[in-house]
Design a protein around this ligand. Sequence first.
Ligand SMILES: C[S@@+](CC[C@H](N)C(=O)[O-])C[C@H]1O[C@@H](n2cnc3c(N)ncnc32)[C@H](O)[C@@H]1O
Length: 219
Amino acid sequence: MGANRGHGGSVLFNFTQSVKRLIYQELLMLKELVRHPRDIGAISPSSGALAAEMASALSASLVESGTFIELGAGTGPVTKALLGRGVKPGSLLVFEKSEILAGCLSKRFPDVRVLCRGAEEMGRHVDDKSPVRAIISSLPFRSLPADVSGAIMSEIAKVLAPGGFYVQFTYALMGEMPFVPAGFIKVRSRFVLLNIPPAKVEVFRKPEAMDRAEGVEAD
Ligand SMILES: C[S@@+](CC[C@H](N)C(=O)[O-])C[C@H]1O[C@@H](n2cnc3c(N)ncnc32)[C@H](O)[C@@H]1O
């Protein structure tokens, strides 16, 4: 009986802590949204369902080796899902431009390398010896300046290893997403209704031979 009450008490304690954490993360995002509306581009952190859909693009064999890059991690829902999917903390590199959010991520995931840098600088920070298997992005391309989005597309094309995956979500449920590096092939598109607002997760693959895929003959 006493043991049961103890267990119930700890369940309630954990639940309360989770609710407090979610409220704190929501408030942090809102505060950043007010300060930098174009950079944040969302009213709340991604739901667990959206984060899980993003992470599910990575297979168990893919996560065994190489580097994984997350862009615009915010308070970390997708980071958590990627680690839950089997990505090793030491192989995950996160780019989060907001100083406040990068600080929150470093505290929440002390073993993950969090860089408070723009994704447009990606190429400068990757290790050539460890191929980048996937880039998982929550960046709000629709609200970012066109030159920044363009620069990030070039970096994604350059940094990702041949055959690697680019995962991006969008709130635009209809039509084709324009923010894809030239030559990349769409492999999956799924709706996630359990998110505010509902979203679509798209997965693209960089061809093994990039120049052929773009219709240019290799030397
Ligand atoms: C829509 S929020 C996504 C947050 C989180 N991934 C989620 O799913 O809740 C977009 C995030 O991208 C970050 N961001 C915006 N521009 C960026 C850039 N150029 N490089 C890196 N991060 C950027 C913002 O600070 C913000 O945290």
